[in-house]
Design a protein around this ligand. Structure first.
Ligand SMILES: Nc1nc2c(c(=O)[nH]1)N=C([C@H](O)[C@@H](O)CO)CN2
Length: 117
């Protein structure tokens, strides 16, 4: 399986379980690995035959910006479902970081894998 990836996608959104977190946007950072077969696109040199990372970046950015979940788990799961359905992705790994959440830690977050490789 080949992978199209998006790293370090920063999006400001409402996220968190505490009242103070509901009052202002926080920056999240997403890394995505998307399973695909790049050979048809390479053979035809055709963007229509691959996962367009521009289209996926813009769609994910818009989805995350509009969201207002409490947990990073919920946001990650919904993002994964949306990407797999809208872009016919059979497998993905999604890392969702909330860098400002814990002053003791550089970064916290989750990593999920969904689908079949
Ligand atoms: N597993 C999780 N733990 C925590 C989350 C979360 O979304 N998933 N969220 C919080 C708070 O919102 C945090 O970001 C600020 O203290 C705490 N733990």
């Amino acid at each position: 399986m080949d992978i199209v990836y998006i790293r370090g996608l920063q999006v400001d959104t409402i996220i968190g379980i505490y009242d103070f977190e509901r009052a202002h946007r926080q920056t999240l950072v997403l890394d995505l690995e998307l399973g695909t077969d790049i050979r048809p696109a390479a053979a035809g040199d055709d963007i229509a035959l691959t996962l367009n990372y521009k289209a996926i970046t813009e769609t994910v950015e818009d989805f995350v910006k509009r969201s207002e979940f409490a947990l990073v788990e919920t946001l990650a799961q919904r993002c994964a479902e949306m990407i797999m359905a809208d872009f016919a992705v059979p497998w993905l790994r999604l890392s969702l970081s909330k860098p400002g959440a814990m002053r003791q830690a550089k970064d916290v977050g989750i990593i999920i894998e969904r689908g079949q490789r």
